[in-house]
Design a protein around this ligand. Structure first.
Ligand SMILES: Cc1cc2nc3c(=O)[nH]c(=O)nc-3n(C[C@H](O)[C@H](O)[C@H](O)COP(=O)(O)OP(=O)(O)OC[C@H]3O[C@@H](n4cnc5c(N)ncnc54)[C@H](O)[C@@H]3O)c2cc1C
Length: 84
């Protein structure tokens, strides 16, 4: 199916910058998602088998912060539900 719908919408947490949506997909959010998944998977890959208390705390805080500051508001809210 060919989709010709290109619209500009606002889906940022800070709602300052309109993000381009194509066929209902936010391009900036998709790119942001790919970059964040790469970061999270690299973080997980180098995470020690026996983490210290500090390392556990750091990662827990990082994930919790992501649910608050992630630049796509709806993704942040979905992520918050998932990690509950
Ligand atoms: C915290 C967070 C919340 C998000 N919430 C939403 C949302 O609510 N709605 C929405 O439409 N999109 C959301 N996204 C974006 C979405 O997950 C995709 O990143 C985006 O749609 C791009 O899709 P893609 O097909 O290129 O997949 P990718 O972003 O490339 O990958 C998606 C999947 O592949 C896995 N993956 C990626 N890299 C690796 C790797 N190196 N090793 C193993 N597995 C890997 C990820 O765990 C993920 O399950 C979110 C992303 C993040 C990081």
């Amino acid at each position: 199916m060919r989709c010709s719908s290109v619209l500009v919408d606002v889906c940022t947490l800070h709602s300052a910058m309109p993000f381009v949506h194509i066929c209902g997909v936010c391009l900036v959010c998709a790119e942001l998602g790919r970059a964040t998944w790469t970061f999270l998977h690299m973080l997980a890959a180098q995470y020690p088998d026996r983490p210290t208390r500090q390392q556990k705390r750091d990662v827990k805080q990082l994930i919790e912060c992501l649910t608050r500051v992630y630049p796509c508001a709806s993704c942040a809210s979905h992520f918050k539900e998932i990690i509950k």
